[in-house]
Design a protein around this ligand. Structure first.
Ligand code: HEM
Length: 452
């Protein structure tokens, strides 16, 4: 048991205030990265800190993800307990929906599925948004707010069709408010204790429930709706379930794109190098992105920077519930406890990433180890775990890469983005609530103009 827990409350306050600080403390305290116990108001939880043990956790049938999804749908997304039962029913032999949700999404978002049309749609809507946003003498904006809005609108329109945001334009700001409430909602407290958070979520759920998705939405949306209806799920609960899927699409990718742009603008010399790398992906006269695969296959610095952003700003924590006593790394994890696999302490391990692990190093994953000073490393991008792992490995990771890389590249190719005088670099804030990527400790003002 990690020292420092308060009577009754245990480590709950420390976890909500700054989960990363608690993870790092546990990592320093334990010997040889053994599992560490914490107490959350009487609920036992384990930090599994050694990445070698994660593979065992991912494979263990007695450590369940579905049980947490059921609870999370109720506490965080407001699906009713009856709705969860209906989602888990199997009237047509196609299987319980929650259990198979991941398989459907994997098929939909995987290469060879709808990834290509979704990416094409996204690039089309990104074009429309950028043309609307920047014209004439340009605009002065807060970078995080602007990038997140533009990318969220483009990917929402590509996935759900453009009507939802036309009819309910405040859906995006409501999502951001919900993200700030994410941790408190996850405690499952009743509506009268979290009035504002519940009210904000209910309006969003109702907006989704009321909306009729037409043919401009991707097929998966109507396919999942049909499956839910055939299981008797109410229209309100279908709205809540659709909101949960949409929030997974939006939670991390637009914010990751903001971080990429932020570092490109603030680190001297980076902008010109990145522009030179990405230029062949664009048609010079129309400034349209015409060769997307160039961004994936021929932009090593851009790719290294993307992975460094995932490492440096990511705050993902894999979770499981212990369904029956299970031995991991020689320790018995007790039934009903939670298992948490925080990725950040691993992403900041100097033994893997080198002595400059606390710095943001854009070329970390392309630098030549033979020429590096002693203590510095290039571990390769494959060691990173920003998307989790095992059967719950993020099904949206391919689209995330497509969305982020094409979004950042298009903005840089088309526009001059100047940091306004006096603005300084911002930092990932581990004290702000996070869904998987840290918010900046403050936003940065920039001027955006069309490039000549
Ligand atoms: C930088 C962007 C992203 C990051 C860092 C990220 C990370 C993650 C992580 C860590 C998980 C949990 C995995 C686990 O428990 O093992 C997850 C789950 C998920 N992600 Fe992502 N994700 C991103 C973007 C996306 C996008 C763009 C989509 C959809 C297009 C998406 C859809 C999902 C879904 C549906 C799940 C839940 C999977 C399940 O129920 O098993 N993600 N993501």
């Amino acid at each position: 048991m990690l020292p420092g827990g308060l009577p009754v409350i245990g480590h709950a306050i420390s976890l909500v205030r700054d989960a990363n600080a608690l993870h790092m403390y546990a990592r320093q305290w334990t010997r040889d990265l053994q599992p560490v116990s914490i107490s959350l108001v009487g609920q036992r939880a384990y930090f599994i800190l050694n990445p070698r043990d994660w593979a065992t956790v991912w494979k263990a049938k007695t450590l369940s993800f579905d049980a947490l999804v059921e609870g999370g749908l109720v506490a965080m997304f407001g699906v009713t307990a009856k709705g969860v039962q209906e989602l888990q029913s199997d009237p047509d032999g196609l299987g319980p929906l929650l259990q198979h949700n991941h398989a459907y999404l994997k098929e939909f978002l995987g290469p060879g599925g709808s990834l290509e049309p979704l990416t094409r749609g996204y690039i089309k809507y990104l074009d429309i948004e950028l043309q609307k946003e920047v014209s004439g003498s340009g605009i002065e904006v807060k970078l995080e707010n602007w990038v997140r809005t533009v990318l969220t609108v483009a990917s929402t329109n590509a996935l759900l069709g453009p009507e939802l945001l036309k009819q309910e334009p405040d859906t995006i700001t409501r999502l951001w408010e919900w993200e700030r409430d994410f941790q408190t909602l996850s405690l499952g407290l009743p509506a009268w204790m979290l009035k504002r958070a519940h009210a904000n979520r209910e309006i969003t759920v109702q907006n989704f429930a009321r909306h009729t998705f037409d043919k401009s939405a991707m097929d998966i949306v109507s396919r999942l709706q049909d499956l839910m209806r055939s299981r008797g799920v109410s229209e309100r609960d279908i709205g809540a379930a659709n909101f949960s899927f949409w929030s997974a699409v939006q939670a991390n990718a637009p914010l990751t794109a903001f971080w990429m742009l932020h570092y490109i603008l603030f680190i001297p010399g980076l902008l010109d190098k990145i522009r030179a790398e990405i230029a062949p992906a664009f048609d010079a006269s129309s400034t349209k992105l015409t060769n997307f695969s160039h961004l994936l296959d021929h932009c090593p610095l851009f790719d290294s920077l993307y992975h460094e952003v995932l490492r440096y700003t990511g705050s993902g924590v894999g979770i499981r519930k212990v369904e029956e006593d299970t031995i991991i790394a020689g320790y018995t994890l007790l039934e009903n406890a939670l298992v948490m696999m925080p990725v950040r302490p691993f992403h900041f391990d100097p033994a893997i990433f080198g002595d400059d692990v606390n710095e943001f190093v854009p070329d970390r994953f392309i630098r030549d180890e033979k020429t590096l000073a002693s203590g510095l490393k290039n571990p390769g991008t494959k060691v990173l775990r920003p998307f989790g792992g095992g059967t719950t490995l993020c099904p949206g990771r391919h689209f995330a890469g497509n969305e982020i890389l094409s979004g950042v590249a298009t903005i840089l190719y088309r526009f001059d983005v100047q940091v306004v005088d006096g603005e300084k670099m911002t930092f990932p804030s581990s004290k702000e609530p996070t869904v998987g990527t840290y918010l900046p400790d403050r936003d940065v003002t920039v001027r955006i103009q069309t490039r000549k």
